[in-house]
Design a protein around this ligand. Structure first.
Ligand SMILES: CC(C)(COP(=O)(O)OP(=O)(O)OC[C@H]1O[C@@H](n2cnc3c(N)ncnc32)[C@H](O)[C@@H]1OP(=O)(O)O)[C@@H](O)C(=O)NCCC(=O)NCCS
Length: 155
């Protein structure tokens, strides 16, 4: 198993796993908005290829992507915006390894603060982030039925 920086030779596989991730993460209505209005090929190019501030790490096992993390580095702040481990590989510490690797990369790129937003109902991700030493910065109401927590960690 290894963690590598995204490069375009992984694009097809990353699009597939990103679609799986979104299918799991978003409810039907939000999935429609998130996926149908934003083709993933384009999204990934802007995530990981075109924009110099965006980075994506892939967790590879047996030449297959089994997880990934995407983050952006801007003005000394590293913001994670997508983390995913395939269901059959969960609860083995891989999500934590991905998140720790991303934090190490952020530090290496000069970040002083790490930041992310987590759905208040996503207890797995919240636990993982608290384990990493993130603290709650603020709670945000996105809509009547959906709330996000903004977390930060000093690097
Ligand atoms: C969140 C996610 C990345 C965690 O990946 P993972 O590889 O299972 O995480 P780890 O095995 O490294 O777990 C680290 C810690 O996180 C917490 N955790 C992980 N999954 C959990 C769950 N289902 N319930 C409660 N706590 C959980 C635990 O504290 C765990 O430590 P423990 O196993 O010793 O109790 C994975 O569940 C996932 O891909 N979820 C769907 C996508 C998603 O919600 N992404 C985040 C928003 S973009």
């Amino acid at each position: 198993m290894r963690i590598i920086e995204y490069d375009p030779s992984w694009k097809k596989e990353l699009v597939e796993i990103l679609e799986e991730a979104d299918r799991e993460f978003f409810s039907d209505k939000r999935l429609k908005d998130e996926i149908e209005n934003r083709p993933h090929g384009k999204l990934i190019e802007s995530f990981a290829v075109k924009e110099k501030d965006n980075h994506c790490l892939l967790l590879i096992d047996d030449n297959e992507i089994i997880g990934f993390i995407c983050y952006r580095v801007l003005y000394g702040i590293g913001e994670t915006y997508k983390t995913y481990v395939m269901p059959r590989h969960r609860r083995k510490g891989l999500g934590l390894i991905l998140c720790e690797t991303a934090l190490g990369n952020m530090r290496g790129r000069g970040c002083r603060i790490a930041r992310c937003e987590v759905d208040i109902e996503n207890s797995a991700m919240l636990k993982l982030k608290f384990r990493q030493g993130y603290y709650i910065k603020e709670c945000q109401e996105e809509s009547m039925d959906h709330q996000w927590i903004r977390l930060e960690k000093v690097l």
